[in-house]
Design a protein around this ligand. Structure first.
Ligand code: SF4
Ligand code: SF4
Length: 370
């Protein structure tokens, strides 16, 4: 007798998918065009048709599937779906739900994905930074030349932002541990073998080169823009990390020039970040009809990254031209944006960097499409 499979549909899961922007899932009639046209799907148990079925039936195990992360939302399937079911968009919603599932505390993940909570989410870093300024008697526009350390002493910035980053890392480690565990007891029973370090290096090479993303056709431009944002982000992260050690550099004359040269990375980093994010914005609007307009979750991430880049750029410009009444408030907004980006990273679309990496590593070790 054949093995029996029991499924447990969950109507509330279907409702959540629809509320988060995946309401087209119910239109799917399982023709399989999407899996045929996808350039990234493996030949065995291809996506996204099966995920559409799982989404329609309320089979919530689908959020644990590595396959939802192997999709780069190129929208080829969305364009060619004869029913307008937008499988690329539905998979995007499933990824959002995966992030929510593995985030801790989970209620915060739900709030980040809900526009009603945005004012409160912004209010938290604003009030925190104002509170810190008040406690240290710094609630005023500093006298003299513009130096942001006069408003926020570097030690304060280090403590606040390292605290936010440490919190995000803790949540990510916790989520990834659980996700990896779930992947390895998943209902697909894929045998995982291989060398973790070697496969992780190969996975990171895939990510850095965007070689999978570049197989997209409909929204090919998105892969280039995403690459620019990615490298802009890396450059700015390097400069920010170096800033934590600036006193050490300044105390060692021999390497001070190296430090100053590395700081210049902020210029191409900001340019790449802003140009890339503008390209993503334009490309999404241009393809909205055929490829889908994206969800609130997608747009929130785009706007937060843009806010970090724009406020960082204008903080620099206003300081150079010496307009302190604009420079200090812009710098304050910049700090709020950076805090928002890092503190909420495990609950926002930024978490895709972590979960996609883990899923791609798993898929590579399971010889699934790699
Ligand atoms: S999502 Fe569209 S293309 Fe894919 S199986 Fe359903 S109806 Fe067919
Ligand atoms: S959006 Fe692109 S990568 Fe994702 S399933 Fe559709 S065709 Fe494949």
């Amino acid at each position: 007798m054949a093995d029996e499979t029991f499924i447990k549909p969950d109507l509330s899961f279907v409702k959540r998918i629809m509320a988060a922007g995946g309401d087209t899932a119910k239109k799917c009639y399982q023709c399989d065009t999407c899996s045929v046209v996808c350039n990234l799907t493996p030949t065995s148990q291809p996506f996204p048709r099966k995920e559409m079925l799982q989404a329609q039936w309320g089979l919530k195990e689908v959020v644990k599937s590595p396959d939802i992360w192997l999709c780069h939302q190129c929208s080829d399937c969305t364009v060619l779906c004869p029913r307008g079911a937008k499988p690329g968009e539905v998979l995007g919603v499933l990824r959002q739900m995966c992030i929510e599932q593995y985030a801790f505390p989970s209620f915060l993940a739900g709030k980040v994905g809900d526009p009603k909570w945005l004012p409160l989410l912004i209010a938290f870093p604003v009030l925190l930074l104002l509170f810190v300024l008040n406690i240290f008697g710094l609630m005023r526009i500093p006298e003299g030349t513009i130096q942001y350390s006069k408003l926020f002493p570097t030690l304060l910035v280090d403590v606040i932002f390292m605290g936010a980053a440490a919190f995000a890392v803790f949540v990510f480690v916790n989520g990834v541990r659980q996700y990896w565990k779930d992947l390895n007891v998943n209902p697909w029973k894929v045998k995982v073998e291989g060398n973790l370090v070697r496969d992780l290096i190969a996975t990171l090479k895939d990510i850095i080169s965007h070689n999978r993303f570049r197989q997209c056709e409909t929204t090919f431009a998105r892969s280039l823009n995403h690459l620019l944002v990615f490298f802009g982000f890396v450059f700015l992260a390097v400069v920010t990390a170096l800033a934590f050690y600036r006193e050490w550099f300044e105390a060692h004359d021999a390497v001070t020039n190296v430090y100053l040269a590395m700081k210049l990375l902020a210029i191409p980093g900001t340019a790449a970040l802003l140009y890339g994010i503008y390209g993503i914005y334009q490309e999404r609007l241009k393809n909205a009809d055929k490829a889908g307009a994206g969800t609130y979750f997608d747009w929130l991430f785009i706007f937060v990254v843009a806010a970090v880049g724009v406020t960082g750029l204008f903080s620099w410009v206003f300081r150079l031209i010496g307009i302190k009444m604009l420079a200090y408030p812009t710098y304050f907004i910049h700090l709020v944006s950076v805090f928002f980006l890092f503190f909420y990273a495990p609950y926002s679309k930024m978490a895709h960097m972590v979960y996609r990496t883990v899923a791609m590593l798993y898929a590579r070790m399971a010889k699934r499409g790699f």
